[in-house]
Design a protein around this ligand. Structure first.
Ligand SMILES: Cc1ncc(COP(=O)(O)O)c(C=O)c1O
Length: 308
């Protein structure tokens, strides 16, 4: 039996929403009101204060590195070790940071808590944990220890939308968390990603970093005013606070995201049910089947109950 690696999960209703928008007189196509609305709806779904919609999951990770690197430079340091799983460590090296790797727990495919804690040193500035293929990579021990040692957690949730730890969504635990909306993932904006945080300062800086480092992209007037006062000789519309990139998405991505978000919870349940169905058919003597599934099991039982 052959299963394709991925299928297009964009439905007619998503395309119709885009077409309806395109029929308007003079529709804005670049980043605009739909992007803002998608960011607000996504933040509410995830349970965080702020989200920044970008053009890929890799861009979400890139902006996070960039923000960290900026913070480090401000603190006068040239490099900092991050504990890291796959797959964006080349970006981290480019930022003059030194990643330190920790091996995984085969039951979650995420970095193993004991191995992370063993590698944390004086110069560790953050732990960057990737939740792989829908599994929950967090443990209470890890959260407790990072909190106790005051080390920020960055979560890459690009493959694990809707997965939970203790009933709370992954991506709501980290200081910053990143998602991808590439078309093989749980929902798609064609290409796209989201950087999420509760940190108001990080949010303002990430907004600027997404758009060439431009100060006018900050939506807090106090932040804009501070840069304008410090640079009175410059046109306020063209102050560049950092050397950054263009990682913006478009209104089409925003419309697709808003349309797809309505189906996300349903799709996550279906993926969990499929996984459990597969695992029950697989011979545990030949293949690994002892994954950490607590959240998924609970959700499947609920689905089966609802189905009668
Ligand atoms: C864990 C993880 N992080 C980041 C990415 C990058 O996302 P994108 O393909 O949207 O750039 C992926 C890609 O699928 C991924 O699986």
């Amino acid at each position: 039996m052959k299963f394709p690696l991925m299928r297009n999960n964009i439905l007619r209703e998503d395309l119709d929403a885009v077409i309806e928008y395109l029929k308007r007189d003079d529709p804005i196509l670049t980043h605009g009101a739909n992007v803002r609305a998608f960011e607000a709806e996504w933040s509410q779904w995830l349970g965080v204060k702020y989200s920044v919609f970008v053009n890929s999951g890799a861009s979400a990770n890139l902006l996070t590195w960039l923000y960290c690197a900026f913070g480090i430079r401000r603190a006068g340091k040239s490099s900092f070790p991050l504990l890291r799983g796959f797959p964006t460590w080349p970006q981290c090296c480019k930022m003059d940071s030194r990643p330190v790797f920790a091996d995984i727990d085969p039951r979650t495919l995420a970095m193993d808590t004991a191995r992370i804690l063993a590698k944390i040193g004086d110069r560790t500035r953050a732990v960057f944990l990737t939740h792989v293929q829908g599994f929950d990579g967090l443990t209470d021990d890890l959260l407790h220890e990072l909190d106790r040692r005051n080390i920020p957690l960055i979560e890459d949730v690009c493959e694990s939308h809707g997965a939970t730890h203790n009933g709370r969504k992954l991506g709501a635990y980290g200081w910053i968390s990143n998602f991808s909306f590439y078309y093989a993932h749980h929902m798609s904006t064609i290409e796209g990603g989201m950087v999420c945080t509760d940190d108001a300062e990080a949010y303002q800086q990430l907004r600027m970093l997404r758009s060439h480092g431009m100060v006018r992209e900050a939506d807090d007037p106090l932040v804009r005013t501070a840069y304008q006062r410090a640079n009175p000789e410059l046109n306020p519309d063209f102050i560049f606070a950092f050397a950054a990139y263009n990682c913006r998405n478009t209104e089409i991505g925003g419309i697709m995201g808003r349309s797809q978000l309505k189906r996300l919870d349903r799709n996550v349940k279906r993926r969990n049910a499929n996984l459990l169905r597969f695992l029950k058919q697989i011979d545990p003597n030949k293949y690994r089947t002892d994954f950490k599934l607590e959240g998924a099991e609970l959700r499947l039982n609920l689905i089966l109950k609802q189905a009668g």
